[in-house]
Design a binder for this molecule. Structure first.
Ligand code: ZN
Length: 87
């Protein structure tokens, strides 16, 4: 995604992987904005989660993925294996 620095008006690009990493970080830390640092002047440009999601429509938070990926049975098996270790 293209970011226009509010301070020096430099255009710089955030790669998709960076956008995904930013979104993951925001979710895990409960942030509402990501600070995209301008490579030219070093100022942090605030980017809202809404904007980032627009650029990464396929992004899903890793915690949501984990919850969806596990079936009830898998969770039960996991608990069993934990109990087994205790014995
Ligand atoms: Zn700048």
């Amino acid at each position: 995604m293209q970011i226009n620095c509010y301070s020096c008006h430099n255009h710089f690009t955030m790669r998709r992987e960076e956008v995904h990493a930013a979104l993951d970080e925001m979710v895990s830390e409960g942030l509402s904005h990501y600070n995209a640092v301008c490579p030219r002047c070093g100022k942090a440009n605030k980017v809202s989660m809404k904007q980032l999601k627009r650029w990464a429509p396929r992004w899903e938070s890793s915690t949501a993925k984990e919850a969806k990926g596990k079936t009830k049975q898998e969770k039960a098996e996991e608990q069993d294996s934990v109990k087994g270790k205790e014995k």
